[in-house]
Each structure stands twice: as C-alpha cells, then as structure tokens.
Ligand binder design. Structure first.
Ligand SMILES: CC(C)(COP(=O)(O)OP(=O)(O)OC[C@H]1O[C@@H](n2cnc3c(N)ncnc32)[C@H](O)[C@@H]1OP(=O)(O)O)[C@@H](O)C(=O)NCCC(=O)NCCS
Length: 163
C-alpha cells in the first residue's frame, strides 16, 4: 500500500567507512563471489586520508546500524575510479547500490571529479546492468584481463558534467 512502502534504501544512511566497519565490510564481500575481495590492509589504506591516491569509502547502514553495503573510489581529479561497490545479498535490488553511488558522486563532485571510470568482469552481468542503469557507457575492453576464472574486463565511463 502506498505510504507503507519501505525499502533498504529508504531506511539506510550513507556515511564514511570507518575502521570499526571493516569486520562487516569483509563479511559482506566474502559472501559475494562477484565482489572484489580486498584484504583488510587495502581497506585500512583506503581509509588513510594521507594515502596517495586519495580514496573515498562509504558504507550504507540500516536502522540497526548494521552495514548493508559499501563503495570505494580512488581519485585523481578530474577523474575517479570506482573500485568496488557491493550490497549484501539480502538487501540487493532495493535501491541501495544506487543510493551508495549517488552519495559517492556527491563527494566526488566536491573533490573536483568530472568523470568516473571502472573495470568490470564481462561475465558480471548484474554489475553491468547496474552500471548502465547509473548512466555508465562502455568505452573499451581488456581481453583476458582477469584470472580465476579468466575473463575480459569491460571499461566503462560516466561523465559527471556540470552542476
Ligand atoms: C551490483 C550491486 C552493487 C547492485 O546493488 P543493488 O543495491 O542490488 O542495486 P539497485 O537496487 O540500486 O539497482 C539499481 C538498478 O541496477 C540494475 N540492476 C541491479 N541489479 C540487477 C540485476 N540483478 N539484474 C539486472 N539489473 C540489475 C537495475 O536497473 C536496477 O534498477 P531497478 O531495480 O529499478 O530495475 C549488487 O548486485 C552487488 O553487490 N553485486 C555483487 C558485487 C558486485 O558485483 N559488485 C560490482 C563489481 S565491484
């Protein structure tokens, strides 16, 4: 019924990732075969404001404060690379991925980013559809870029344009 609709995205808050979130972030990634599986040290580096390149990492948290998704991008303005975005399986397809990405774009714009690029496994059709829904277009392909299993990398780009 209208007015009673509640989705993960509506209930979620998006905020910067903190070291205290990493146990949950690693758990979500471990449960998703298609998510990049960064070691904890890579996330800790991503949270270091002095690291180069600079990274922005965000988490989505639900009403119980549990982490339900996360995203990270590296920045070399005017370009940024979306390095990872993942939503826990039970919260997928409820608008949370889009919500995380929109929040990330707000921060990227503030940092002077005008274009976001990414690489995605050709076989990851869900991610491909997701990125296309966000406005990304294909700009290239790297043959057999990924291993275990071998797969092509599709390169995608989104121009953020003027605000
Ligand atoms: C990709 C991912 C982050 C999307 O998160 P999500 O919260 O489920 O996405 P949203 O609900 O915001 O979906 C936004 C749009 O993306 C597209 N989309 C998302 N999941 C899709 C699917 N399974 N099939 C087709 N299209 C899909 C749709 O257009 C959707 O809009 P709609 O629901 O109104 O049709 C999530 O599926 C995920 O964590 N996958 C595993 C990790 C991964 O592959 N990450 C990307 C590589 S780093």
């Amino acid at each position: 019924m209208e007015g009673q609709v509640s989705s993960a995205a509506e209930n979620a808050q998006v905020r910067p990732m903190a070291v205290a979130d990493l146990v949950q972030v690693l758990e979500i990634a471990a449960g998703l075969p298609d998510a990049p599986h960064w070691p904890q040290s890579a996330y800790i580096k991503a949270l270091d404001p002095a690291a180069s390149p600079r990274r922005i990492a965000l988490v989505a948290v639900g009403s119980s404060s549990a982490v339900s998704g996360f995203a990270a991008a590296s920045l070399v303005p005017p370009q940024a690379e979306l390095e990872t975005i993942a939503v826990a399986a039970e919260f997928q397809r409820q608008g949370l991925g889009r919500r995380l990405f929109d929040a990330l774009v707000d921060e990227l714009r503030e940092a002077g980013v005008r274009e976001v690029v990414l690489e995605v496994r050709a076989g990851n059709r869900t991610a491909h559809s997701f990125y296309r829904s966000l406005g990304f277009g294909e700009v290239g392909m790297r043959r057999a870029y990924y291993t275990e299993p071998v797969d092509d990398a599709v390169l995608m780009r989104l121009r953020l344009g003027q605000m």
